[in-house]
Design a binder for this molecule. Structure first.
Ligand code: HEC
Ligand code: HEC
Ligand code: HEC
Ligand code: HEC
Length: 458
C-alpha cells in the first residue's frame, strides 16, 4: 500500500529530478518501520560504523603477494571491519577493479552476494544465474544497503531467515537444513551465509557455490576440487592450478569445542545487552568478542586474563607457522619456475606442482579464516603442519628435477615489503589506484547510492 507520506516523497523526488522506483520506496518504508519498531537492534546495528579500523594484510604478510600472483588478491587485501562498511569496501578495493566496456564480460556480480540484501533481491528478480552472469560494476546502482535486517530475518519480524540460495543448498548438503534447526543453530547459519568459503561455478555463469558435497573440512573440499580438476587461476610463476579459500569461519567454528558446547557466533559476537529502561535485547553491534567479556565469556570462563593469554599464545604460534609456510611456498614457486625455464615437462613436475597446490590450499584455508586462533586453534595448527609437510615434499621433488636439469642456482625475489613483493610480480599499484579513482569519480560518486561511500567521504 502506498502511504500518503510516500506519495509526497515521490512528488518531491520527482520535482527534484531524481529517479525513484517503487521498490526503493517500499524499502524506505520498511526501513523506517524497522527503525521505529526495533530501536535497540537498529541503533546497535548502525553502530558497527564505529568499527572502522582495519589492517593491510599484504603489508603485514608480503610473501602472500607471491602466493596470490596472477589473481586480484595480490592487489589489495584488508582485514574485515564493521558491517556498515561492507558495500563501500568492496566498491573501493583495487581487487574489484573498474567497469568494463559495454557488452564485455567483467568481474561477476557474485561479489555482491555477501555484502547486501540487494543481492538476494536481485537474484529473485533476475534469476540466480542471471544475477551472477551480470558484471559487478553494472549492478552498482542497484545496491542500496549494507548487511541488513532482511539478511538474517524475515521481513519486519525477529524470525531468523536464510535468504541466500547458496547457503540453503550448503546447509542441506551437510544435513543441517535451515528450516529444521533450532534458533541456536539458525543463528550460526545466518552468519554462515557469508562467513564461509565458496567459489564461483564456471559452468553455471559464476554462480556462488559452497563446495561441501563431501563435507566441509580442507580435505573434503580439496577432494571435491581435485575430482573436478577445478582451479581458480594458473599461477604465472610456477604454473600451479591454484585453489583459493575464503573466510571459512563457519567451517572452523562448526568443529570446535565451543560448537559442541552450543556456543555460537551469536553467543560471542552478539551478546545480550540492556537499554536505558532496563529492557533486554540482542546487541547487533557485531564486533570484537572480547570487548564484552563479561556478557559473552564469563558465564563459562572466570578469568579474562587467562583467556586472553591463551588466545594470544595461539595467535602467536599460528602466525609464526603461517609465515613459515609462506616463505617455503615462495621458494617452491620460484624453484618450479626455474625447472620450467630449464625445460622440465609435466610428467617430471606433476607431483611437485600438486604438492604446492595442496600446501597452499591448506595455508589459505587457515589464513583466510579470520579469528581462527580463537575459533579453532587446533585445526589451525593441523592445517599449517600439513602445509609445511606438503611444501617440503614438493621442494624435495623440485630439488631432484633441478639437479636432473643441471640447474645450480634459483633466484628468489625480495619479499620483505609489500612494494618489493608487488614489484616482483610486476604489479603497478600506482597505475591501478589511478584507474580506480577515475572510476569512483565518474561512476560511483555520480550514480551509486551513498552506502557505497561509507568511510570514504572525505
Ligand atoms: C547478521 C545477522 C543479523 C542482522 C543483520 C540483524 N539481526 Fe536481528 N538478530 C539476529 C540474531 C542472530 C538474533 C538472535 C536470535 C536468537 O538467538 O534468539 C537477532 C535478534 C533480533 C530480535 C529479537 C529480539 C532480540 O533483541 O533478541 C529483533 C527484534 C531483531 N533481531 C531485529 C533486527 C533488526 C531490526 C535488524 C536490522 C536493523 C536486525 N535485527 C539485523 C541476527 C541479525
Ligand atoms: C550478508 C553477509 C554477512 C552476514 C550475514 C554476516 N556478515 Fe559479518 N561480515 C560481512 C562482511 C562483508 C564483513 C567485512 C566488512 C568490511 O570489512 O567492509 C563482515 C565483517 C564481520 C566482522 C568483523 C567486524 C570488525 O569490526 O572487525 C565480524 C566479527 C563479523 N562480520 C561477524 C559476523 C557474525 C557473528 C554474523 C552473524 C550474526 C555475521 N557476521 C553475518 C558479511 C556478513
Ligand atoms: C567462543 C567465542 C566465539 C565464537 C563461538 C565465534 N567467535 Fe568469532 N571471534 C571470537 C574471538 C575471541 C575473535 C578474535 C577477537 C575479535 O576480533 O573478536 C573472533 C574473531 C572473529 C572474526 C574476525 C574479526 C576481525 O576483525 O578480524 C570474525 C569475522 C568472526 N570472529 C566471525 C565469527 C563467526 C561467523 C562465527 C560463527 C560461525 C564466530 N565468529 C564464532 C570469538 C568467537
Ligand atoms: C557456554 C559456555 C562457554 C562460553 C560462553 C564460552 N566458552 Fe570458551 N570454552 C567452553 C568450553 C566447554 C571449552 C572447552 C573446554 C575447556 O577448555 O574449558 C572452552 C574453551 C575455550 C578456550 C580454550 C581453552 C584452552 O585452554 O585451550 C578458549 C581460549 C575459550 N574457550 C575462549 C572463549 C572466549 C573468548 C569466549 C567469549 C568470547 C568464550 N570462550 C565463551 C565454553 C564456553
Amino acid at each position: 500500500m502506498l502511504l500518503l507520506k510516500d506519495i509526497k516523497q515521490t512528488s518531491l523526488a520527482l520535482s527534484m529530478g531524481l529517479l525513484v522506483s517503487f521498490s526503493a520506496l517500499a524499502d524506505n518504508t520498511v526501513d523506517e518501520q524497522n527503525r521505529a519498531k526495533f530501536a535497540n537492534q537498529y541503533q546497535s546495528w548502525l553502530a558497527t560504523e564505529e568499527q572502522s579500523e582495519r589492517e593491510d594484510m599484504l603489508a603485514a604478510y608480503p610473501a602472500s603477494i607471491i602466493l596470490w600472483a596472477g589473481s586480484a588478491y595480490a592487489k589489495e587485501y584488508n582485514s574485515p571491519r564493521g558491517h556498515q562498511f561492507a558495500v563501500a569496501d568492496v566498491t573501493h578495493i583495487l581487487r574489484t577493479g573498474v567497469s568494463v566496456e559495454e557488452g564485455k564480460k567483467g568481474l561477476s556480480a557474485s561479489c555482491w552476494t555477501c555484502k547486501t540484501p540487494d543481492a538476494p533481491r536481485l537474484m529473485n528478480e533476475m534469476g540466480v544465474e542471471g544475477f551472477s552472469d551480470a558484471n559487478f560494476a553494472d549492478l552498482g546502482t542497484e545496491i542500496k544497503s549494507v548487511v541488513y535486517c532482511s539478511d538474517c530475518h524475515q521481513e519486519g519480524s525477529e524470525k531468523l531467515a536464510l535468504p541466500r540460495p547458496h547457503a540453503q543448498d550448503a546447509m542441506a548438503k551437510i544435513k543441517l537444513p535451515f528450516d529444521k534447526q533450532n534458533t541456536t543453530m539458525q543463528g550460526a547459519q545466518v552468519c554462515g551465509q557469508c562467513h564461509v568459503t565458496y567459489y564461483f561455478q564456471p559452468e553455471r555463469h559464476d554462480k556462488v557455490n559452497i563446495p561441501w558435497i563431501f563435507g566441509s573440512t580442507a580435505d573434503d573440499i580439496e577432494k571435491y576440487y581435485d575430482t573436478r580438476r577445478f582451479y581458480e587461476w594458473i599461477h604465472p610463476i610456477s604454473r600451479t592450478p591454484i585453489l583459493k579459500a575464503r573466510h571459512p569461519e563457519f567451517e572452523h567454528w562448526s568443529r570446535s569445542e565451543h560448537a559442541e558446547a552450543g556456543v555460537t557466533c551469536i553467543t560471542c559476537h552478539m551478546p545480550p545487552a540492556t537499554d536505558a529502561k532496563g529492557a533486554e535485547f540482542t546487541n547487533h553491534k557485531v564486533g570484537n568478542a572480547l570487548d564484552s567479556f563479561d556478557s559473552t565469556c564469563k558465564a563459562c570462563h572466570s578469568s579474562q586474563k587467562t583467556i586472553e593469554k591463551t588466545l594470544q599464545n595461539h595467535k602467536k604460534s599460528i602466525d609464526a607457522k603461517a609465515r613459515e609456510v609462506e616463505n617455503l611456498l615462495v621458494k617452491a614457486h620460484f624453484e618450479a619456475k626455474a625447472a620450467w625455464d630449464a625445460g622440465a615437462t609435466w610428467p617430471l613436475m606433476n607431483d611437485a606442482i600438486m604438492g604446492i597446490r595442496h600446501s597452499q590450499w591448506r595455508w589459505d584455508f587457515a589464513m583466510s579464516s579470520h579469528g581462527l586462533y580463537a575459533h579453532n586453534p587446533q585445526e589451525g595448527h593441523e592445517l599449517l603442519d600439513r602445509a609445511i609437510k606438503q611444501v617440503t615434499m614438493a621442494r624435495q621433488l623440485l630439488a631432484m628435477v633441478l639437479k636432473q636439469l643441471d640447474v645450480e642456482k634459483v633466484d628468489y625475489p625480495d619479499v620483505s615489503t609489500k612494494q618489493k613483493a608487488q614489484a616482483a610480480i610486476g604489479f603497478d599499484e600506482a597505475a591501478a589506484k589511478k584507474d580506480k579513482q577515475a572510476f569512483i569519480k565518474q561512476q560511483v560518486d555520480k550514480y551509486w547510492d551513498p552506502v557505497s561511500k561509507i568511510g570514504y567521504n572525505n
